[in-house]
Design a protein around this ligand. Structure first.
Ligand code: FAD
Ligand code: NAP
Length: 546
């Protein structure tokens, strides 16, 4: 390490170049914590962030109704005891503004902003085999170089807007949930069209329906959704957790998806109990609300027959809520439940009982074009004042592949990943030395409470850099064999589940032309164990050089 003092990012002019021990791209939950860890070790570090401030996901996704769907007592940093003791959340799933307020508090508390360069997009990152440094270029033409390059660029940070003919001809405003304006959008008196029924749409539809004159929901695939049952936090419960927050976090990390140790998965099959008992268990968890429902039995994601029982339970709930049987039918999904990312809602299905809400099936009659005054499907014309794309993200790989990243011998990441992402542990890529991805494909990432996944990766990277420093290594790179074995492992684990059986963004199926590969890895504790074991074995699978 150079041990050179970092120039303050705020002092870097558009023209100045800078040399750092580490450059971190992204100032969301991952980038902020990575900076904290590296600064603590005395490394000169710079974060480059294209947004105007910290927060990542919570900076960009400001659509009406946006909130987390992980219990917030868990969806928060655990690395600082004082921080987790002092922060008070208002509800089980706080809104986007409250989460952003928390992340601002973290930035202030640890004085992170001086080392973050905002409104700057990294366009390219090339590894220089002579200097052993990464050279970066930004959209301002500035150049930076660093020994370590850490991509904290997020799994869901590049919005996907489908190419629909005529989109530029629309005379009203067009929004994407993942790039929502900072100022309030008022839909009063308007005819609003929303395309998509994933988590973002499911959260925003009930809120927009309260305001808009008419809301038209364009649905391609019906969604299973479980009531979130948001509520103010219970002070007694919080006090109990805070009395031993570290113990609570440790128990969560031992859960399959790194969360909910207080609602653990039942460890028996849905088919091992009588139908009445099965119904009782589903109902009990339905009433708790949120992700505990998916832990009703241990084989919902492994056995199609078990899965069918959960799917049918949810369909019955939808039919019981939605008054018009035809609309209820349209809202009833038929694919494998929990195969797409589970969705939680607050009165989503109830909203379709409102007279001003229209559900439009664009599976059987797809959107053909956007017109100056609305939208035309194969069946009908819809007159609209505003259009909202709630069409998701080019997940997990999209953000990385939009940069021109080149490793040894000029190997381009786009080329390396042309058949889908390949790496070791979701953390490192052979041919790309000293290059790390936080919650990269091939790691549990999006299948886990993401703050937990992020903290584990950041700590692993920081420890690895410490190890290199202690052993006077300047370069770490994964072996190609380790990559092959790892990719096989990730695929094998996915193939042991029902996960690859539907068109999800986990598979890249939402992006036309994207290679269909199941990207995240199931099972957080086993993954952590593997990461720890290979370190104990002298960083098995890695090559160090000085
Ligand atoms: P991000 O927050 O995505 O931050 C990445 C940052 O990198 C962004 O600020 C981006 O601008 C920046 N960046 C990207 N490319 C470049 C570039 N080339 N140059 C400069 N900057 C760049 N997960 C959960 O576990 N529970 C939840 O309840 C939950 N709710 C969610 C709700 C929404 C609406 C969305 C979209 C996701 C949600 N997630 C949730 C997943 C969420 O993305 C993670 O929990 C977490 O916020 C990710 O943090 P991150 O720092 O890894 O990435
Ligand atoms: P998403 O889950 O990918 O949903 C996108 C929706 O748009 C789907 O209904 C999809 O239909 C539809 N769509 C996409 N392309 C389309 C096209 N060309 N034509 C018609 N419809 C199209 O995206 P998201 O809702 O933004 O959520 C993404 C992820 O972010 C979530 O899964 C979750 O991980 C996270 N998130 C979490 C929360 C939370 O509750 N905390 C909130 C928002 C987001 P198909 O299903 O047919 O593809």
């Amino acid at each position: 390490m150079t041990k050179k003092t970092a120039k303050l990012a705020s002092n870097l002019t558009e023209k100045s170049d800078g040399v750092f021990d580490a450059v971190i791209v992204g100032a969301g939950i991952a980038g902020m914590y990575m900076l904290y860890r590296l600064r603590e070790r005395g490394l000169s570090s710079l974060v480059i962030e294209m947004a105007s401030d910290v927060g990542g996901t919570w900076h960009w996704n400001r659509y009406p109704g946006a909130r987390c769907d992980t219990d917030t007592i868990e969806y928060s940093y655990s690395f600082c005891e004082e921080l987790q003791q002092e922060w008070e959340w208002s509800s089980r799933y706080p809104t986007q503004p409250e989460i952003l307020q928390y992340l601002n508090h973290v930035a202030d508390r640890f004085d992170l902003r001086p080392d973050i360069l905002f409104k700057t997009r990294v366009q390219s990152a090339h590894f220089n085999e002579v200097t052993g440094h990464w050279g970066l270029q930004t959209d301002h033409g500035t150049k930076f170089s660093a020994q370590f390059l850490i991509m904290a660029t997020g799994c869901l940070s590049t919005p996907h807007t489908p190419a629909i003919d005529g989109v530029d001809s629309f005379t009203g405003p067009i929004y994407h949930t993942g790039r929502w304006p900072h100022e309030e959008v008022d839909f009063s008196g308007q005819r609003v069209g929303i395309i998509g029924t994933g988590s973002s749409a499911v959260q925003s539809i009930p809120v927009i329906a309260q305001q808009a004159d008419q809301l038209m929901v364009f649905q391609r695939t019906a969604q299973y959704s479980v009531p979130a049952r948001n509520r103010p936090v219970d002070p007694e419960f919080v006090a109990e957790i805070k009395a031993d927050y570290a113990g609570f976090r440790a128990r969560n990390r031992l859960q399959f998806s790194g969360q909910l140790s207080h609602f653990p998965h039942n460890d028996f099959s849905a088919l091992s109990v009588e139908p009445a008992e099965r119904e009782r268990i589903y109902e009990e968890r339905w009433q708790i609300g949120g992700f505990p429902f998916f832990g009703s039995f241990n084989d919902i994601l492994r056995d199609q027959k078990s899965n069918d029982t959960a799917a049918e339970f949810v369909r019955r709930k939808i039919r019981a809520v939605v008054h018009d049987p035809k609309v209820a039918d349209m809202l009833c999904p038929t694919h494998t439940i929990a195969c797409k990312r589970p969705v939680l809602d607050s009165s989503f299905f109830e909203t379709f009982n409102q007279a001003n809400v229209l559900l439009v099936d664009i599976h059987s009659a797809p959107i053909q074009e956007i017109t100056p005054t609305g939208l035309r499907t194969a069946n009908s014309n819809y007159e609209l004042d505003s259009i909202i794309f709630a069409t998701g993200f080019d997940a997990m790989t999209g953000t990385l592949l939009r940069m021109d990243i080149r490793g040894r011998k000029g190997l381009r990441l786009q080329e390396k990943w042309s058949e889908g992402p390949r790496n070791y542990l979701g953390l490192t890529i052979p041919g790309f030395p000293n290059f790390f991805t936080v919650t990269g494909p091939g790691s549990p990432s999006v299948l886990v409470n993401m703050v937990v996944a992020i903290e584990q990766h950041v700590e692993w990277i920081a420890d690895c850099i410490d190890y290199m420093s202690e052993h006077e290594h300047r370069c770490i790179e994964a072996h190609l064999n380790a990559e092959h074995e790892w990719v096989d492992h990730v695929n094998k684990v996915a193939d042991g589940t029902l996960s690859p059986t539907c068109n999800s963004w986990y598979l890249g199926a939402n992006i036309p032309g994207k290679t269909r590969v199941y990207m995240p890895l199931h099972g957080f504790p086993a993954y952590v164990k593997k990461c720890e074991e290979l370190v104990a074995n002298g960083y098995e699978g890695f090559l160090f050089s000085s």
